[in-house]
Write a protein that binds this ligand. Structure first.
Ligand code: A3P
Length: 346
């Protein structure tokens, strides 16, 4: 009995030693890739009230009828389609406008996307590449396959893994003013907790220390320090392979940003202002796709659910100003890194 206990103890010690050396994520794929051991593996510190990087997708937001629409409305009668890895990945940022972006890109007939977020490179890596491919849509030879998982941008292990899959994959990042993004990120957790009958701390209790300093360990705040995350991506991909979309401009005139992406992806420019209409109730644009086939024409409209464009949370006086001050030097560093400005204060 004592021998059995000693063996168990030894195994536990060995396991802890392995975890300390390689981080906590010991999937078979990672163990096989010794290069990953030297990556900064520390996961973001989670506050008690933010245990998980929750998803924010509703059934309404995730359109699953793509294939039916193509079948009924496509100009081409029969299309041979094949499975494969993605050509384009929207890597984030969380609350940057990733759902609206992928839905509006799908207005383009050559761009096909997975429905729900796949979370392969951050949460499901151990399921293997074949599983990942099975989650992606089949496409014709001239079409591009896409997926979006906003958690990729701020998860340290992801850039290396994506590069190992395909060093030439094109990456899209949509980011908003870091203070707005942070508030939106906080608001997502707050709303979900309140909607399920719980409570949630004020933003000030999470983003500031008891003495009123910025709490740099608050995960939602860390996710807005864009230059720190981007520095990791630039270790693995050249800047010209990552297109950064201004999420604040995208809200106001989505077609302009979609046109930039069409250029970046070398697909014909087909999406125009006519593909959008403003929904006054939501206060956001919705997408509209019209396809004609002989005398018939097919159309569908895409407005996002109420989970996107939530009412803003209550904030105390001075909170936004304090956060804006904190992010100024970080914004300047990001501009310098990208050689581009985004209209946020420095
Ligand atoms: P808010 O809910 O804070 O307004 P994501 O899809 O990455 O979770 O991002 C959600 C954010 O997308 C929303 O944040 C909203 O501001 C933004 N967004 C951009 N374009 C939108 C659109 N056309 N409809 C709804 N939300 C849109």
């Amino acid at each position: 009995m004592r021998l059995h206990a000693a063996v168990v103890l030894m195994l536990v010690c060995l396991c802890l030693a392995i975890q300390a050396a390689y981080g906590c994520n010991s999937s078979p794929n990672e163990a096989a890739n010794t290069n990953e051991a030297d990556e900064d593996y520390e996961d973001e510190a989670s506050s008690d009230s933010e245990l998980e990087d929750e998803e924010d997708e509703t059934v309404e937001d995730v359109a699953l009828d793509e294939e039916d629409f193509d079948l009924i409305c496509s100009q081409t009668e029969v299309t041979v389609r094949s499975q494969g890895t993605p050509d384009v990945i929207i890597i984030g940022a969380k609350k940057g406008g990733t759902r609206a972006l992928i839905e509006f890109l799908k207005l383009h007939p050559l761009l096909k996307a997975a429905g729900p977020e796949i979370h392969f490179f951050d949460n499901n890596y151990e399921k293997g590449l074949d599983w990942y491919i099975s989650q992606l849509p089949p496409v014709a030879d001239n079409q591009l396959r896409m997926e979006k998982t906003p958690g990729y941008f701020h998860t340290p292990k992801v850039p290396r893994r994506i590069k190992a899959m395909d060093p030439n994959v094109k990456l899209l990042l949509i980011i908003r003013d870091p203070v707005k993004r942070l508030i939106s990120d906080y608001n997502q957790f707050r709303t979900k907790n309140l909607d399920s009958g719980g409570t949630y701390p004020d933003l000030e209790d999470l983003a500031f220390t008891p003495s009123g300093e910025i709490n740099v360990r608050y995960p939602a705040l860390q996710r807005s320090i864009y230059h720190e995350h981007m520095a990791r991506w630039l270790k693995h991909f050249p800047p010209e392979q990552i297109l950064v979309i201004n999420g604040d401009s995208f809200i106001k005139r989505p077609w302009i940003e979609v046109n930039k992406i069409e250029d970046f992806l070398h697909v014909p420019s087909v999406v125009t202002e006519d593909n959008f209409f403003f929904n006054n109730t939501k206060g956001f644009y919705c997408g509209r796709e019209i396809r004609t086939k002989g005398v018939w024409s097919c159309s569908k409209e895409k407005c996002l659910s109420k989970a996107k464009g939530r009412p803003k949370p209550p904030l105390k006086d001075g909170t936004v100003e304090k956060l804006v001050e904190f992010f100024k030097p970080h914004n300047a560093l990001f501009y310098e890194m990208m050689n581009e400005t985004f209209g946020w204060p420095t």
